[in-house]
Write a protein that binds this ligand. Structure first.
Ligand SMILES: [Zn+2]
Length: 349
């Protein structure tokens, strides 16, 4: 079984790809469970239809700088089918979460807990996007994980692959965003400026990470109802927050206006973290941030945070399924993806 969430491209996804010279003895191959239709079955073909601008449609609609063709997908739970000789644990048959980034596990940055800017891989190297080389994507049935022993995390007992399908990136990113702000300010209210799936994931994580209350801001009623299901209070526009300020704010919309609103909503001495990813430069109100002592952070999530997220799932402190789409079969993916209003949850077998 392999479940994945992720993104796609303007062109049909390609076959599983490998990057020669980076596999190493501690790499391993992962794939769908026995019963799937073949090691290198091509992903569904045909042009992506252009549909409404749901999060699953961001890449097909051309709303990002990433142009195809390339193999999409950077989040999954997978089963190990062919471990390298130095990859002893986890091993064949184990279900694992595969982090989005490509990293060696032994360089200075990796050892210090920052594998995403690994010193031994090209800048921004990752699965699913053509950054720092072509490492394949997780919408394909079988792909190779370099330095697997240092990166993959065994799925804990009692955690369903569906629940952990976005732990590779989005869920870990969202949890870490909330935790960043709550560590110095426990038991405080947070505000999430939503839009992307990450925002609902942040709502799903907030209570278990110590938030006293969650305010979720999103113009979309369906997304607000999901956030309310996670216990959040919601409004449809940041203006409705009025003069209210929050010790912790999270931008999860990918929009400079959302980022500005998240910064404006931060209380003096507060913390704002952006997981929204603005593709263009966005202005920051640095004078106000300086005067009000607002701390701003952003950055891609790293593997060390993944273990904590899996623990939250194992203890049922976080149940993120409502943040994802309904399960989609692999064959239905090309048609379904551009129309999806949420991060796709794909069942490969
Ligand atoms: Zn490294």
């Amino acid at each position: 079984m392999r479940l994945t969430t992720g993104c796609t491209t303007t062109d049909p996804p390609t076959r599983t790809t490998r990057t020669p010279g980076h596999e190493g003895a501690d790499a391993c191959s992962v794939r769908a469970a026995p019963g799937s239709t073949g090691q290198h079955r091509a992903a569904p073909g045909g042009a992506w239809r252009r549909g409404p601008s749901g999060p699953g449609a961001a890449l097909p609609s051309g709303a990002t700088p990433f142009k195809g063709p390339f193999a999409p997908g950077h989040e999954c739970v997978a089963r190990i089918v062919e471990p390298g000789p130095d990859c002893t644990a986890p091993t064949t048959g184990d279900l694992v979460v595969v982090p989005w980034h490509i990293s060696c596990g032994t360089c200075t940055r990796c050892v210090l807990g920052r594998p995403s800017p690994c010193e031994r891989t090209p800048r921004y190297a990752m699965f699913g996007l053509p950054l720092g080389g072509n490492w394949g994507g997780m919408f394909t049935e079988r792909f190779t994980v370099p330095w697997a022993q240092a990166n993959v995390q065994r799925l804990p007992d009692g955690v369903s692959p569906s629940a952990a399908a976005a732990a590779s990136d989005s869920l870990t990113d969202a949890c870490d965003a909330v935790r960043h702000g709550l560590q110095p300010h426990p038991a405080q209210d947070i505000a999430v400026l939503g839009g992307l799936t990450h925002g609902r994931c942040a709502c799903a994580c907030a209570a278990s990470l110590g938030a006293a209350g969650v305010m979720y801001v999103d113009r979309d009623g369906r997304r607000r109802s999901i956030a309310e299901g996670f216990g959040a209070t919601t409004v449809d526009n940041a203006r409705e927050l009025g003069q209210r300020r929050f010790p912790v704010t999270t931008d999860a919309a990918g929009d400079p206006r959302s980022l500005a609103a998240a910064l404006k909503a931060a209380a003096p001495g507060g913390h704002c973290h952006s997981i929204g990813i603005c593709f263009q430069p966005a202005p920051l109100p640095l004078m106000t941030m300086y005067m009000d002592a607002i701390t701003f952070t952003t950055g891609r999530p790293d593997t060390p945070h993944l273990a904590d997220v899996l623990h939250l799932l194992q203890t049922h402190s976080v149940g993120p399924l409502a943040a994802y789409s309904h399960p989609i079969t692999f064959d239905d993916l090309p048609e379904a993806l551009p129309e999806l209003p949420a991060k796709p949850r794909v069942l490969l077998d």
